[in-house]
Design a protein around this ligand. Structure first.
Ligand SMILES: [Zn+2]
Length: 222
């Protein structure tokens, strides 16, 4: 799916989907309410789509979130029932005619493994490499600090191999609050899902769009 917003072209790229326990998405909301919108499987799982964005603006090629990536083991992928009928993020990019080397900016909304797992990959020699070698990566500093010091509730979803080497090499820049990230592309701290989760606002020629990411995993959350 593609959206044109003034000078911005925004393409939704599907990194795949998983089958998840609805408790994570709906918490205390009773099943009688959420099941009007989503039909659970016999194992009481609901599908969750993992969306990344490609944003083309002013010669820049920007990725918002990098999905699960390729470092996850088959066992982990099977545990979360990850399915990628069209391949992952990089396959979607290739279909758009874009290679990882073309990407100039990578924006991580937050550092949960399903949003930044594709920041890095293991090459044929087993070396950890940035997936987008020519890009600057950005994330909120508060998010990075939380991800580097996870507590017992968050440790299962923060994996330093997705971000720590990028900060150490200087390829990832840490942001302090709301920031213009590129022409017409703004990062806003929208805490809730994590303390420094970032939503991305787009503005061009009096047209506006907002990518709220994990603030609303499903349309019904609005
Ligand atoms: Zn998340």
């Amino acid at each position: 799916m593609q959206l044109t917003l003034g000078d911005l072209r925004i393409t939704l790229l599907n990194d795949g989907y998983t089958w998840v326990d609805p408790g994570g998405a709906f918490g205390l909301v009773p099943r009688a309410l959420w099941s009007r919108y989503l039909t659970p499987t016999a194992e009481s799982l609901v599908p969750m789509v993992h969306v990344c964005l490609l944003v083309e603006s002013d010669g820049q090629k920007i990725i918002v979130d990098t999905g699960h990536g390729t470092k996850i083991t088959p066992k982990v992928a099977a545990n979360m029932h990850l399915e990628r009928p069209q391949g992952g993020l990089l396959d979607g990019l290739a279909r758009a005619g874009i290679s990882p080397q073309d990407i100039t900016l990578v924006i991580d909304t937050h550092l949960h493994g399903d949003h930044c797992g594709g920041n890095t990959y293991y090459d044929a020699d087993g070396q950890l490499k940035p997936t987008f070698p020519n890009a600057e990566y950005v994330v909120q500093r508060r998010e990075y600090e939380d991800a580097m010091h996870p507590n017992e509730r968050t440790a299962a979803t923060y994996f330093p191999i997705n971000y720590a080497p990028l900060v150490e090499s200087g390829q990832m820049r840490l942001l302090d609050g709301d920031t213009e990230l590129a022409r017409g592309v703004y990062g806003h701290v929208t805490r809730g899902h994590t303390p420094a989760h970032m939503s991305i606002r787009f503005e061009s020629q009096d047209q506006h769009a907002l990518f709220v990411c994990d603030l609303a995993s499903y349309a019904v959350h609005f």
